[in-house]
Design a protein around this ligand. Structure first.
Ligand SMILES: [Zn+2]
Ligand SMILES: [Zn+2]
Length: 352
């Protein structure tokens, strides 16, 4: 990935970066599909799988049966209650009539009425007995309903106990499943990341760099973003730990690179002017000059001042007379801008 001043080459390079991004995009899409299909390897676990099916079914059947019984019992009780209330009202009415009749009888005190008294008392007793029977029927239904309710509650408790007993096993199984899914995903994405690291170190400047960079983008995305929804509760640790390790490695590399750059720069400044000039590539020299910095030491220089021919920081020649016509020409030029003579022919770069 050497730099270039050529217009078309710049645009080719931009196009190749676009290819890197597009390549990464398609890889991410494909990776997403593959990862999305992975959980189908494992079937989800249900709490049902850990409950004794026969006992659970028995408890459920009991609940259904008792619920039906209770419903029927409550309907029957409501009907019996109506019967009882009717009987009670009838008794009450009869008792009032009898009391009135008794009061009149005391006033007249006719002996002929004794038979009537007996008959009326008997009728009232019969009504009282019927009322009592209706009341007993209601009480019996109350008892039956209470028994049904208790049986229903017991069946519910039994089912809850079965579920509670199975819950721990179920949770353990679920956690294991999550762990397996996570490890499968990790087994896919971690080697991608390792391969991306190797490609970065070895081939990032190679001829096929757009594909290398596309793959690196894809691997980073797959590991740090696509893995996230599948992380178990502790999965964040994996992500952050790998992130920390990568940052440390990257930081170490960058610090080393800075140190190497400074050492190289120092060593270069110790060389002779001609040797230094040879070290700097044509493209790099002109790119730096365009930015107003010295091609040798990368410090700012004033190129517009017509009297300055050397860098005041490192002493490298910036302008020199053309060997053919003597005009003040760029010391890094291949050909004189005034006469077109080959500037590199003499090899010597001493300004007058
Ligand atoms: Zn300089
Ligand atoms: Zn010339």
């Amino acid at each position: 990935m050497s730099r270039s001043l050529r217009f078309s080459e710049k645009w080719f390079r931009r196009g190749l970066w676009l290819i890197a991004v597009v390549f990464a995009n398609f890889l991410i899409g494909l990776g997403g599909l593959v990862v999305g299909d992975l959980p189908k390897v494992e079937s989800p676990v249900r709490i049902e799988d850990f409950i004794d099916a026969r006992q659970a079914e028995a408890a459920r059947a009991a609940i259904r049966q008792q619920t039906r019984r209770l419903k029927e019992g409550e309907d029957a009780r409501a009907r019996a209650q109506l019967v009882f209330e009717a009987a009670r009202n009838q008794t009450q009415g009869e008792r009032d009539t009898f009391a009135n009749w008794l009061a009149t009888r005391k006033v007249t005190a006719q002996a002929a009425q004794d038979a009537e008294l007996v008959k009326r008392t008997q009728a009232l007793d019969a009504l009282k007995a019927a009322e009592r029977r209706a009341e007993v029927a209601v009480e019996k239904l109350d008892q039956a309903n209470l028994a049904a309710r208790q049986a229903q509650e017991q069946a519910q408790i039994r089912l809850a106990e079965l579920e509670r007993a199975a819950e721990k096993q179920w949770r353990d199984a679920q956690q294991q499943l999550e762990l397996r899914v996570f490890l499968v995903r990790l087994a896919f994405t971690l080697p991608l990341l390792a391969l991306a690291g190797w490609l970065f170190v070895r081939h990032r400047r190679g001829k096929y760099w757009p594909f290398v960079w596309g793959f690196i983008f894809f691997a980073l995305f797959a590991f740090f973003i696509e893995l996230v929804p599948y992380l178990p509760s502790y999965g964040g640790y994996v992500r952050y730990l790998v992130g920390i390790v990568l940052t440390l490695v990257g930081g170490h590399y960058a610090i080393g690179a800075l140190q190497r750059y400074l050492d190289r720069q120092k060593a270069a400044e110790a060389l002779s002017e001609a040797e230094r000039r040879q070290e700097i590539s044509y493209e790099v020299a002109h790119e730096r000059l365009n930015k107003g910095i010295c091609p040798g030491c990368e410090r700012p220089v004033d190129l517009k001042d017509g009297t300055r021919n050397f860098c005041m920081h490192c002493g490298i020649g910036l302008f020199r007379p053309c060997p053919a016509c003597g005009v003040r020409a760029n010391a890094f030029a291949r050909y004189c801008h005034a006469c077109g003579a080959d500037m590199t022919a003499t090899g010597h770069t001493h300004a007058a």
